[in-house]
Design a protein around this ligand. Structure first.
Ligand code: CU
Length: 500
């Protein structure tokens, strides 16, 4: 936790404990929420009405009300609400500002997650609508995601698995470590799933998800769900989690817009933040879609740079009534998520760290390295820039991507996502089978930056088959994978958990 959010948590715990006459302990606040109401000046009629409105809305939660502690913080002594705590306007503003919260007017109410000391949501509703909103927030599907720096290897086998052959000279550009070439392994920032809010234990990735590679955990929802996603930034730059398609307020946008009051969900190094996402009808499958759709999520603190640094993942939303308890679609046996993106390491937040770590000092092109002693030729500079472009599927090159395994006859759903720049025009193509996309049959789909395709396949043709981008320059640079279709009776090969 950052000093900022630690101070905030300490503050809210102190407020809570004082209100209850209790001792402050961490355990006492696990799973508790603080409903903070800010009362400025004398609490007149409108203010008193809002105070009792909030009180009744919380009481109407029944058993859930035990998880909410209402605390009013006021600037005026002598009002009638006995449990109002008092502080100077400056002190209150400082506490709010310390958490990035601006624009809280008289009678403003906020829900805070006191376990993490994080802002959850502004509460503008009243009466039954406020009770409904609180119930939704308290019973939401919760996931814990850490932003971690990690070493990522784009081609751990160091060969082209598609041809089962050593890499030729062109292919080596993207994989081999040389004095002026980083090679295959880079320091990156990625999203990792964690088991709980202590962020001590990483969620194990089961074999069927080994293929996710560099991607963060799949976030799932059934239409109608509310999601709370608690994110801890263990990396060295500010990052965020910005989703596509779902419904959110500016506080859960993970991106800053001028003129819109904060917080924005940009997380400083060491900080923790709670995002709230709703999934109304318009976040789920449309009339022509199958039973689930996919949306990308990515960091948007510095758009573009953050994605190239490695902060990307997927959200799957299933039609209401079509989801298993875990959110997966009932009418599908197996799902694969694949991201077609050229990771441009020239535009990673960790470029300098990678240069320092993986190149011979002073040997790299000065245009990139700012090294006065070295004047590279244009050819050297172009070669350096090219070597840092990774034409990857889920962060893997040259068919190094593991775990695309399935059986004949299974109902297989492929979620295909594109991200990146103007070079990221991809045409993923399956050998050996065909797919349907929105009622159209094909064996090749199109993705551009931030567009998605859901393709259904019922494999009828056993074997090991190529799955690759059909843009020839991309294919040649390693945007390839293999998938395996096994006879019904064969056990699936056990794929190691992989690098994440
Ligand atoms: Cu491509």
């Amino acid at each position: 936790m950052s000093p900022m959010s630690m101070a905030w948590a300490a503050d809210t715990r102190f407020v809570l404990a004082s209100a209850q006459g209790a001792k402050v302990t961490d355990a006492a606040f696990r799973g508790r929420f603080l409903l903070l109401q800010v009362v400025r000046g004398p609490c007149a009629k409108a203010c008193q009405d809002r105070v009792s409105d909030v009180r009744h809305a919380v009481e109407a939660l029944g058993d859930l009300a035990q998880r909410v502690q209402v605390v009013r913080v006021g600037t005026q002594t002598g009002d009638t609400a006995g449990d109002t705590l008092h502080g100077s306007p400056q002190a209150i503003d400082q506490v709010l500002k310390g958490h990035g919260v601006a624009g809280v007017g008289p009678e403003g109410a906020l829900l805070l997650d006191d376990e993490y000391g994080t802002f959850v949501e502004r509460l503008d509703a009243s009466g039954d609508a406020l009770t409904d909103r609180l119930r939704r927030l308290l019973t939401a599907r919760v996931s814990y995601i850490g932003i971690d720096e990690t070493l990522w290897d784009y081609a751990p086998k160091r060969i082209d698995l598609m041809m089962d052959a050593p890499l030729d000279e062109h292919q080596q550009t993207y994989v081999y470590n040389k004095p002026q070439q980083i090679g295959s392994t880079y320091l990156k920032a990625v999203y990792h799933g964690y088991t709980d809010g202590t962020f001590r234990t990483r969620q194990a990735r089961p074999p069927e998800w080994a293929h996710l590679g560099l991607l963060g955990p799949v976030i799932r929802a059934e239409v109608g769900d509310t999601l709370r996603v608690v994110v801890r930034n263990n990396a060295k730059s500010p990052y965020s989690l910005h989703v596509h398609g779902l419904r959110y307020t500016a506080a859960s946008e993970g991106a800053m817009t001028a003129g819109v009051p904060g917080p924005y969900g940009i997380i400083p190094p060491g900080g923790t933040y709670t995002y709230v996402f709703d999934t109304p009808e318009r976040a789920g499958p449309g009339p022509g879609d199958p039973s689930s759709v996919v949306w990308p999520y990515h960091s948007h603190a510095e758009e573009g740079v953050d994605e190239n640094t490695g902060l990307v993942g997927a959200v799957v939303v299933t039609r209401k009534g079509m989801a298993r308890p875990d959110g997966s679609p009932k009418d599908v046996d197996r799902e694969f998520v694949t991201l077609f993106k050229i990771f441009d390491e020239n535009h990673s937040a960790l470029l300098q760290a990678n240069i320092d770590r993986f190149t011979e000092a002073g040997r790299a092109p000065a245009t990139v390295f700012q090294d006065e002693d070295d004047t590279p030729t244009d050819v050297e500079t172009a070669a350096w820039i090219d070597s840092n472009l990774k034409y990857a599927i889920n962060g893997y090159l040259f068919a190094n991507l593991p775990g695309l395994d399935m059986h004949v006859g299974e109902r297989v759903r492929w979620y295909v996502i594109g991200l990146g720049s103007e070079s990221d025009l991809h045409t993923p193509h399956w050998h050996g089978q065909t797919v349907t996309v929105g009622g159209r049959r094909t064996d090749t789909v199109e993705v551009e930056p931030a567009t998605t395709v859901v393709a259904d396949m019922t494999p009828d043709n056993p074997g090991t088959w190529m799955f690759h981008c059909h843009v020839i320059e991309h294919f040649d640079a390693g945007m390839t994978a293999l998938y395996r279709v096994l006879p019904k009776s064969s056990p699936l090969p056990v794929t190691a958990e992989g690098q994440k």
